[in-house]
Design a protein around this ligand. Structure first.
Ligand code: SF4
Length: 159
């Protein structure tokens, strides 16, 4: 499972990079490929869920600390569409401390998600709790890319 430490050290980015490399270097469905199955298992540990802005607001309003920053995988795709993520609680704290995000109010976080409302919102578990809400960009996103290759991982929040 991804931990807050993985985010502060950049390990999560390295893991995304490796997964995308495997997706890029193989053709067709990956559901029977051993390496891809291992990646699939790791991705599923984040229990990613697609959610609406009002559903995201519920998490934001319950958080003790909120931060905003560039979506984590954007560093791997220079020149890609720019979107932001909302980080909550312990993850918000480590992202601010490592200079990857800035503290934000509830209103700022909600406005940011509304601004990116054409992008599917995904919430991920980090260190066992839902702490990252990303305005995802499917062509770059490890979850959407996995789905496209037969490695299903995305569910809707209430499913
Ligand atoms: S676009 Fe997908 S892989 Fe990239 S940071 Fe957002 S949820 Fe993670």
């Amino acid at each position: 499972m991804g931990t807050t430490d993985d985010y502060s050290t950049g390990r999560v980015l390295e893991n995304i990079r490796k997964a995308l490399h495997v997706f890029d270097s193989m053709e067709g469905s990956l559901s029977n490929n051993e390496q891809a199955v291992r990646i699939h298992k790791k991705i599923q540990e984040f229990e990613p869920r697609i959610l609406s802005v009002p559903e995201a607001s519920v998490y934001i309003r319950k958080a003790a600390i909120i931060a905003l920053g560039e979506r984590v995988c954007q560093a791997l795709h220079p020149g890609s569409v720019s979107t932001e993520s909302v980080f909550l609680d312990e993850l918000a704290e480590v992202m601010v401390r490592s200079g990857q995000a800035r503290l934000a109010s509830i209103e700022d976080a909600e406005q940011t998600l509304k601004k990116h409302s054409s992008r599917p919102l995904i919430i991920s578990k980090v260190s066992g709790r839902y702490q990252e809400i990303c305005a995802s960009y499917p062509p770059d996103c490890v979850y959407w890319r996995a789905e496209k290759r037969g490695l299903h991982c995305l569910k809707h929040k209430n499913s």
